[in-house]
Design a protein around this ligand. Structure first.
Ligand code: 26W
Length: 820
């Protein structure tokens, strides 16, 4: 009757202990007495997995029966964070497990800390994908997440003398208890070679005579919904050589040569590219992109869909959501499958393909828009290049028919750029092929429409839409902030975990003295928790009773960590000049977390600067501990989960018009930090919702930025005209933070004074003034708490559940599949 073929273990302490001990002995092959912490962690993970298994099989079965439309989320990155706690929450097992383990003399927290998070993403885009699959599972919407199982995720960051040094992230080293490998279901992916035409019973067709191939082995991961009996699937592909050895070479005794092909093929899923926003056009990256989308399309068409399925009805069953341009090669791949393999007419294949894709853009930086040289694409994917040419030809013919004689328009809209070298503009391909194109915050979607793709939005006004990003309240409130969660539940009931707008119910409590005291107790508790963690993790001591001012995000010039440093240096300078008394000034801890792309020299220089400023200030007795800079290395999801709930102030200070959305900004607001921020990305919507009185706005607005740049921005003028700014820059330039050696940060200073691409100096005065307002506001303890509570109460909109409803409504049209 289609019921699940497995039953879950008993949801009791005894039931759990029995299964845990079984996993320890039969799974790990150790006795409790001899079990290492890692043995215990692996056994626990596998035990928790058992509780999810029946739900998983049932979900899959029900989905097959319902023949419902699914979302296939195509993303090169999933920044998942640790899995254990999320699985415990989904199954509501936390207390049972805590008690069961305690009865064996094991602390749950010790085992939690044993897990290495899968860092299969760079930052915002990868974390967003993880939030989205969590929300879809919780909402009972059919979704498969497709991606790459990198052997090595985002590098582990260490500091040597304050400078970033990268280490490989060997996340699989101690075992991978959450994954289900299926080598028997591997699919073959082709590369290279050439195309040829042939006569197919009177019809001329094209075939791809490939040169080499590689196997894609699927690894499945459970994506459990929150206590709803549903488990979706994340399917990550790992590259494996089609032949381990070239036997002829092997037999001739050349062992190393014999495995060369294997090494080459398996490199494809070896490591995540650590570049965020600046694609380098590397061949291996294109290989990764094609590898995972080719596997995913084949998987969906041949394995997920029923055998006799009529592909003309594909749009009724699937929407492939393109997470930025990284998976856009899926478009010509589906066309190739339909036209070359299924032998469809071009037009009917194109009609179906256009309905199967939608594209999300996550950036506004021109340098982040991917292009692939025709030379490279022709060499690696000759048939796909032909298909792209044909798509472009037909598209431009259509444009030309509507706009006769406008050659400039054709050149601007062409998927193929001719300069600086002939290349494929992947964002244009995605826009032409996609049924919808969306930006990730209201402002971003407007700018995308009006500035990045104006010709396309004029041509297809209805194609463009907005879906503002969101974050999962399960991980980023319920799990990461248990104390606040309890307080919220007391105030509005438990329903908020899946219906975050219910936080609104807390609004009146902002005026309740007793509630405010409880809220402050939560913050204090979270700061203590952070303090304990940083001490143990990095030997960092956090001073007590300080405002915690946090800036965590990838290191990038447009995000302007340098502006934050200028503020810190300005406060330092004020103390040294006697303008501020360290005994009475607002005590602050500045916490940073940021990884720089290994090849991004300016970003690495900024990391060095933050650490050097910190070392100088933290040790200076004249400050009496009033200002402290902490920069724990290797900021990741796990650290975020402890850091964000402790924050008082959230720094969201990108140059207006540059941060597509931001999602950290949402996590901070939901955890009761106030934002100091520019009018950028989702900050705009945060401020609208929480209210101007509960948000510190500063800086140029996007149109002002555009005007200033058009007029010829001269950073040196700001330096000359603002004495405080001049002194701050001079302190850095003169070597105050680099042992008297002014040359250390000369490149950075030089860049600021002459180029300053992201207008840090133009926004400096406005920023400093806003920070002074922050200090004044923080001194009003009750007023600040009131604002913090209102930030929480009014941020329910930023649940990724809401984002998913918007995608479903505006783009996907994939209703939930509810239980019988
Ligand atoms: C190497 C090529 C490359 C290019 C762009 C890698 C990664 C990207 C991403 C688009 C960068 C990214 O993560 N963008 C961020 O996406 C978040 C989720 O939508 C937004 O909140 C951030 O504002 C945006 O920077």
């Amino acid at each position: 009757n289609g019921s699940a073929v497995v039953t879950s273990p008993q949801n009791t302490v005894e039931g759990f202990v029995k299964e845990f001990l079984r996993e320890l002995s039969f799974g790990q092959g150790v006795t409790l007495e001899r079990a290492s912490v890692n043995d215990q962690y692996l056994a626990l993970a596998r035990t928790v997995r058992q509780y999810l298994m029946a739900r998983w099989l049932e979900t899959l079965q029900r989905q097959r029966e319902a023949q419902a439309k699914s979302v296939a989320y195509l993303s090169a990155e999933y920044l998942l964070g640790r899995q254990l706690d999320n699985a415990l929450l989904a199954t509501d097992l936390t207390e049972v497990v805590e008690e069961g383990l305690a009865s064996l003399g094991i602390e749950l927290q010790t085992l939690r800390d044993q897990e290495t998070e899968p860092g299969l993403g760079n930052g915002g885009l990868g974390r967003l994908a993880a939030c989205f699959v969590d929300s879809l599972a919780t909402m009972s919407v059919p979704c498969i997440g497709y991606g790459i199982r990198y052997d090595y995720g985002i590098f582990r960051q260490t500091f040597v003398d304050g400078w970033q040094v990268e280490q490989p992230d060997n996340w699989l080293a101690l075992g991978a208890p959450w994954e289900f490998p299926h080598p028997e279901a591997a699919v073959t992916v082709h590369f290279g070679g050439r195309t040829e035409t042939y006569d197919d019973e009177g019809v001329e067709r094209t075939r791809w005579v490939h040169d080499w191939d590689v196997l894609g082995v699927p690894f499945n991961y459970m994506v459990p919904g929150y206590q709803n009996g549903r488990v979706n699937t994340l399917r990550l592909w790992s590259a494996k050589a089609t032949q381990a050895f070239d036997l002829q070479i092997f037999n001739s005794g050349e062992y190393v040569d014999a495995v060369r092909a294997q090494t080459f093929a398996e490199n494809i899923s070896k490591v995540l590219y650590p570049e965020d926003s600046t694609p380098q056009g590397k061949e291996l990256r294109l290989q990764q992109q094609y590898f995972f989308v080719a596997c995913s399309i084949k998987d969906f068409v041949d394995y997920v869909l029923p055998e006799d399925f009529d592909l003309h009805r594909l749009p009724e069953r699937i929407i492939f959501q393109l997470n930025d341009t990284h998976p856009v090669i899926a478009v010509p791949e589906l066309m190739r499958v339909l036209v070359d393999e299924k032998k469809w007419d071009w037009d009917e294949a194109w009609a179906v393909t256009q309905q199967c894709f939608a594209y999300t853009c996550h950036t506004l930086l021109p340098e982040a828009l991917e292009v692939w040289s025709v030379e490279l694409m022709g060499r690696l994917l000759p048939r796909h290049l032909e298909i792209i040419y044909r798509i472009n030809e037909e598209f431009l013919a259509e444009v030309a028919a509507k706009h006769p004689g406008d050659d400039a328009l054709l050149e601007r809209m062409s998927i193929i750029a001719e300069r600086p070298e002939r290349s494929v503009r992947m964002a244009y391909l995605a826009t032409v092929a996609g049924s919808k194109v969306n930006g990730v915050a209201a402002l971003h979607s407007d700018l995308l429409r009006d500035k990045v793709l104006p010709d396309f939005s004029a041509y297809w006004p209805d194609k463009f839409t907005n879906v503002t990003n969101g974050v999962t309240p399960r991980r980023f409130v319920r799990l990461s902030n248990p104390a606040l969660s309890e307080l919220i539940t007391e105030a509005v009931g438990v329903g908020w975990v899946t219906d975050l707008e219910r936080l609104r119910g807390m609004e009146p409590l902002a005026d309740d003295q007793e509630f405010r005291e409880k809220f402050r107790a939560v913050k204090a508790h979270n700061k203590e928790r952070l303090s304990t963690l940083l001490q143990a993790r990095d030997g960092i001591t956090l001073p007590a009773d300080a405002m915690l001012d946090v800036m965590v995000k990838r290191l990038h010039e447009y995000k302007r960590q340098t502006l934050k440093v200028l503020h810190i240096v300005t406060l330092y300078d004020r103390v040294l000049r006697g303008e501020l008394d360290p005994a009475t000034m607002q005590k602050r801890v500045f916490a940073f977390g940021a990884k720089a792309a290994p090849g991004y020299h300016m970003a690495k220089q900024i990391i060095g600067l933050i650490n050097h400023v910190g070392a100088t200030i933290n040790d200076d007795p004249r400050l009496g501990g009033a200002l402290t800079v902490v920069f724990p290395p290797n900021y990741n999801v796990t650290l975020a989960e402890t850091l964000i709930p402790a924050a008082d102030l959230s720094e969201q200070i990108s140059l207006a018009g540059k941060e597509a959305s931001g999602t950290g900004n949402m996590k901070f607001a939901l955890n009761g930090a106030l934002t100091i921020g520019t009018d950028d990305g989702a900050n705009v919507e945060i401020r609208e919702l929480v209210g101007d009185d509960n948000f510190f706005l500063f800086g140029l607005l996007e149109p002002q930025v555009a005007d200033l740049v058009a007029a010829g921005y001269q950073p040196g003028r700001y330096y000359e005209e603002d004495p405080a700014l001049k002194r701050a820059v001079d302190l850095i330039a003169s070597g105050t933070f680099s042992g008297g050696d002014g040359s250390v940060f000369a490149p950075l200073v030089q860049n600021l004074l002459t180029e300053d691409r992201f207008l840090a100096l133009a926004d400096y005065r406005s920023y400093i003034d806003a920070q002074d307002r922050v200090d004044a506001a923080y001194a009003d303890v009750e007023g600040w708490t009131r604002s913090a509570i209102l930030n929480v109460a009014r941020s329910g909109f930023f649940s990724s559940d809401r984002s998913m409803w918007d995608y479903i409504d505006r783009i996907w049209h994939t209703p939930p599949v509810v239980s019988r």
